[in-house]
Each structure stands twice: as C-alpha cells, then as structure tokens.
Design a protein. Structure first.
Lengths: 366, 339
C-alpha cells in the first residue's frame, strides 16, 4: 500500500471547560501523501486549528482521548516530549495565521532566525552551551538566514534581518514567517490560513510565493483555510470540516465538480460573487461542543435534514471511488475501515434533492 | 523626536518635580503646629535663649525669605543645621545614606534575583505545586510587615540556630571608606574577610526589607508569563523547534518583565524612605531611621533633607526604568522615534 507522510487516524481531542468537556475534535481521519498539498476547509471554530496544533503538539491543555498521528510511520502521540520537540521546525513546521502577532515583537527577525538555526530541536539549552555560543561566529548561520529571506522574495534581506517586526509591513512579516518555517527545510509544513490577515493582493502574492517555494523544496503541506477559492487554487486533496468532523473528502477537482455534503454546498453558495451578489450563507451556528447533537452535527442547520439525521451519526461513505461524504443523503461503502460494522444501520434518505430535480430516474434506485 | 531626545526631556522634567517637592515639604515642615526649637532645647532653657536661637536660625523671617536662603544654601552644601544632632543636615545624610543605599540595593537584588526565576517557574507550571508554593510565599511576603519578618529571622537564625549576627553592619573594622557601602568598599580593598562579615550582617535585614517586593515581582512575572504563553509568537517559536527554556527565559520573559520593571523602579524609592523599621530592628545606622527621628523631633531641616534625597532617588530610579524600557522593548524606542 501507499506510505503516506502523515496519517491521522480517528483523532479525538477534548478540552475541559467550566461547562463540561468540550469534544472539539470528534474522530477525524486525514492522509497527507508525500509532495501533496492537502487542504482542510471549514468555518471559524470548526476545529481546523486545533487539529493542526494537535499534530504539532502545541496544545498541552488538550486531552487527546483517542486516535493516532502517524508521521513517517511513527505514532507521534507515543513519543516523548523531547523527541517530539526535536521534530518541530526540522521535520514539521507551521506558518501561523496572523503575521502581526506571530513574530516576537522584542527581538529582531535575525535573532529569532538564528535561534532556530542554533538551537532547533534541543529540549533545553544548557547554560554552558549558551555561554559558549556567545563567543561563536554567527557569520555562516547569518548567511543561511539571509539566503532564506531572499528565497521568500524579500528584496532587502540584510535590512529585514536587522529589523524589528514593528518596522515591517504585514506582507513583509508574512514572508518572514514563511522564511522561519522553512528555514530548516521541513518535509511537512502546516499553513494556518497564511495571508488572510492581509489585503487581497498581498494575500495572492503570498499564496503564489508559498506555492512556488513548496514545490521547489518538495514539501508536503497541510493547508487550513475557510476560503474554498484559496483551497481550490492550492490543494490537491480537499477535506471539508464541520464541528470537529470531516464531512466530505475528495480530490480538489472532483469536489468542486460535484460537491455532495449539504454543508459543502452551503459553503460554496456563501462565496460572494460579483454576478450573484453576496451569497446566502448558512443559517444557524456551530453546535455546542460540550453538548453535541447525537446524530449528524450539521442536522440543525441542514435544509435536507430528516429525523434519522438527528438519531444516527452519518459516517463517511464512499459515494465515488475517490469521493466520500458523511451524509445520509448518499449511499456507499464505509470510507474508513473502522466503520465497516456500522454499514447496515445507515438510514438512507436520499437521493439528494438537487440530483432528484435533474435526474428523476434515480428516485427509484433503492 | 528620537528616543534619546525623549530621555533628555524626561531628565529635564525632573527639575521642576524636585523643585516643587522642596517647596512643598519646606512649607509643610514650617507651618505644622509645635515649636521645634523649644523641643530641641528642652524645657529647662530660658525663653530668651530659645528666642535668640530662633533668631539665629532665621526662623523669624517670612517663609519665602527662609526658603530662598535655604535654597541658596543647598547649592553651597549648606543644608541647614539639624536641631537634634547639631550637624549640617547634608553631613548627617551623607554619613547615613550609604548604609541605607546598600541595604536597599541588596534587598532589591534579593527580590529580583529570586523573584524573577520563581515567577517564571510558577507561571510556566500554573496550578502545579510550584505555583501553589509561590502563591503561599507571596501571601506571606505581602501580608507580613517587614519589621516582623526581621524579628522572625532574628528569632530563628540568631536565637535558635545561632547562625547569623543579630544586628549592626559589621563586627570587625569597617573597610577603608570609598563609597561608604561596606560590601563594595571591602571588595575594592580585596578584604574578603571583611566582605563576608558585612555580607552576613546585611543578609537578614535585606531579606526582610525585600521580601514583599520579591513577592510582588514573583506574582507579576507569573501572571505575565501566563499571559505570554497564549501569544501566537510563543506558539510559533515552539513550532519552529526553539528549546523550552529558551522560550521561557528569553522569548516570554523579555515581554513579561516590563510591568515588573515599573514595580522595581518604584520599590527603590519606596524602600529607601521606608526602611526605618527594618533599620530599627537590626540597629542599622541608616538614613531612613534618621528621617523618622527627625520627624518625631520636628527636626525640619533634616526632614526636608531626607525627603529631597528620597525624592531624588525616585526620580533617578524612574529615569533608569525609562531607559531600560527602551532597551528591552524596541517598540517603545521606535515609536518614540516615529512620532
């Protein structure tokens, strides 16, 4: 079988809150093949950031109640803190969402880059090492850092190297963030909506740059965005996420040709377009994570929901060879091995109305 | 306006502050009821002699004339006579200031050197035992009066364990006079036995004096560290593989330290003027005790002198804090430059 770079299996993440346990991530599965760009799309608060931060192990307060995160065949969740830390920056790295807040304001860009080059992966810096470092020449490391700044199209890398973040524009800072993330040429990069905090032109430039640079270094990318348009531009495989679950997954082109899950369709319709004006959006809001619905988490907002939807959890089913959706409007074999047993219990309420309108013969298929 | 211009302006602003302070304290000491001259000379002295002395001191002049004369004296090193000691107040202060100055510096040193790492440890282990221990220590430190801490230390380390000297600045001969601060003087003279002697004497009073400040710094650092841990740039630093302790002590602490810096600056002036109870408990021949005795005796020249010195120390400490702000946080420096 294939040997994916990253495989997330049945990941559950919970947080203890004053209102009870919030089941923020409820059993998600992801695969990132080598050299591939995979996108996770969903609205704010659906658990995208929690998912990727869990992969990097950046949320100490999160309770990972179930699941595996396999990176190059190793379960990251079973590694010691030190071993996991050694992989950060070098094996896997992350570009944060907001360039205005993701660079430490009190150190120069250069100092922060040098620290990554000098100390990456060490769990602790020994005092003697730290003192010895003060007497070491930084010329070579400095050159590497400046070279990286050049690669992200910064025209005056020397000046930026010496600058504090306040002296740089938003676009500049985003480039710096990309440079820091790619400094040690990680195999796996997580990009948490880079550019969304910037204006549209700058965002487009940044995305193009990221695309080029990732291709050049043959980096695999897990890309998070709420913007389907961006996801279409940049990704090979697309996962639509809703309330801590993957509700639809397919190769990007397939998904755009035939969006299946009502949530995906809602997302597509809510993209503002010049010809149609601002989209309708999806009424309602995300469910309460401390008291999630028993059936489909999207049922309350779904225009096609039936009583069955509120009772039975719709696991992902393979509607086409490479396309899976978690919705009772569709029939198909379970997409995931762990759901094989549940197959007979699926209620079928389809076909989806938008297909029924165009193709009436399908109504009697059952 | 560049940052250095800003600092120069801040320094110039100190002049009217000190001038206003001197006017205020000069007036207050002279208008409060009571007859300091009679108090100083005792009840047995004849009224004529008291009047003559009052005349000699210039106390029958109008207040503004007195002030102008006093002010012109200040710049010539003549700070007026102390009614209690009979010395020039400047002389009295100069002989006592180094003892208090040394005590306050060591107390602040304690507070900083222990308060910062304890605060970092408490903040990065929120709700673990380290945090609880720090909370209890802080509660103890803030709620115990300083002199009471001093007495407790004496009971335990002198009375029960017999480890430390009870009071005073030194047992043997003081080191040759350079700054008047025994630790520095003995180190300069390379008299290590004297240094140890002075150090064992200063340890307990300095700790008693600095404990509350230590507690304040520790709690401030703790809460600022917890705040920092939620920042995007800290998560980004971790994601890029920077070691944990470097993140704590460099990336977070630099940002978390600013509010403590303010506290340290204020504590310096505060401790200088408020060290008297600790000085009394440890028989420390310092300026704070001199100031309190001056107040009790309505020794107005001495009061004015001490207040001016403490006020000057406040101003200098806060100026230093301003300079350090700019050094620690480029945003302060650059923003001043941009506007």
């Amino acid at each position: 079988m294939s040997n994916p770079l990253l495989e997330v299996k049945d990941l559950h993440v919970e947080f203890d809150t004053y209102d009870g346990t919030a089941q923020v991530i409820n059993g998600i599965d992801l695969i990132v093949e080598r050299g591939e760009t995979v996108a996770i799309v969903g609205e704010s608060g659906c658990g995208k950031s929690v998912t990727v931060k869990t992969i990097l192990g950046l949320l100490p307060e999160a309770d990972i109640s179930q699941g595996e995160i396999l990176y190059k065949g190793e379960n990251l969740l079973e590694l010691s803190d030190a071993k996991r830390h050694a992989r950060r920056g070098k094996e896997m790295s992350m570009i944060m969402q907001n360039p205005m807040s993701a660079i430490n304001p009190v150190f120069t860009v250069g100092e922060q880059m040098l620290d990554v080059l000098k100390w990456q992966g060490q769990h602790r810096v020994g005092i003697t090492d730290w003192v010895r470092d003060k007497f070491r020449s930084e010329a070579e490391l400095r050159e590497r850092a400046i070279d990286m700044l050049e690669q992200v199209d910064i025209s005056a890398p020397e000046r930026v190297f010496e600058s504090y973040p306040v002296e740089l524009s938003g676009g500049m800072r985003q480039r710096v963030l990309i440079a820091i993330a790619l400094l040690l040429e990680p195999d796996f990069l997580i990009a948490d909506e880079p550019g969304t905090a910037l204006d549209v032109t700058t965002e487009a430039n940044i995305l193009e740059l990221l695309d080029d640079i990732v291709e050049e270094h043959d980096t695999s990318v897990l890309y998070i965005t709420h913007d389907l348009g961006v996801a279409r531009e940049i990704s090979d495989q697309l996962n639509v996420m809703y309330a801590g679950e993957i509700v639809e997954t397919a190769p990007t082109e397939t998904l755009f040709e035939d969006p299946q899950h009502p949530y995906t369709r809602g997302l597509l319709e809510s993209i503002p377009q010049l010809s149609r004006g601002i989209g309708a959006g999806i009424p309602g809001k995300l469910p309460d994570y401390t008291d999630p619905p028993t059936g489909c988490r999207f049922a309350d907002r779904c225009p096609h929901a039936e009583t069955e939807c509120r009772e039975v959890v719709p696991h992902l089913r393979r509607t086409e060879p490479e396309h899976a959706a978690a919705c009772h409007l569709f029939e198909g074999d379970p997409h995931l091995d762990r759901h094989q047993d549940a197959v007979t219990e699926f209620p079928y309420i389809g076909p989806p109305p938008w297909q029924a309108d165009t193709d009436e013969t399908e109504v009697d298929v059952r | 306006m560049s940052y250095s211009d800003y600092l120069i302006r801040r320094a110039i602003q100190a002049i009217p502050v000190l001038f206003g302070l001197s006017v205020l304290i000069f007036t207050i000491t002279r208008v409060i009821p009571g007859d300091p001259v009679r108090l100083a000379m005792g009840p047995d002295v004849a009224d004529e002699q008291v009047d003559a002395f009052r005349e000699e001191m210039g106390l029958n002049e109008p207040l503004h004339i007195q002030y102008v004369e006093w002010l012109s004296g200040v710049f010539q090193g003549q700070w007026g006579l102390s009614l209690r000691t009979g010395n020039n107040v400047l002389f009295d202060i100069i002989t006592r200031l180094p003892a208090t100055f040394e005590l306050v510096l060591v107390a602040l040193g304690f507070a900083i050197v222990l308060g910062i790492p304890f605060g970092v440890i408490a903040g990065t282990n929120k709700d673990h035992w380290q945090d609880h221990a720090s909370r209890i220590t802080a509660l103890f430190g803030v709620s115990m009066p300083r002199f009471w801490v001093g007495i407790l230390l004496q009971v335990v380390f002198v009375g029960m364990l017999g480890l430390m000297p009870l009071q005073g600045r030194i047992d043997g001969n003081p080191p040759p006079h350079t700054t008047g601060m025994y630790l520095i003087d003995s180190a300069l003279a390379l008299q290590w036995a004297t240094f140890v002697d002075a150090a064992t004497h200063i340890a307990m009073p300095a700790f008693a004096l600095g404990l509350a400040t230590l507690a304040q710094i520790m709690r401030l650092i703790r809460s600022d560290m917890i705040e920092e841990a939620r920042k995007d740039y800290i998560m980004a630093a971790r994601a890029s593989g920077i070691p944990q302790n470097l993140i704590h002590y460099k990336y977070m602490l630099r940002n978390a330290f600013t509010s403590s810096l303010t506290v340290i600056g204020l504590a310096f002036g505060f401790l200088l003027g408020n060290a008297f109870l600790v000085e009394t408990v440890f028989a420390w021949p310092g300026m704070a005790r001199y100031g309190v005795q001056a107040i009790i005796n309505q020794d107005f020249n001495a009061i004015v002198g001490v207040v001016i010195v403490v006020g000057f120390a406040y101003v200098v400490a806060n100026f230093v804090v301003d300079v350090l702000y700019g050094t620690l946080d480029p945003r302060v420096r650059l923003r001043q430059g941009g506007e």
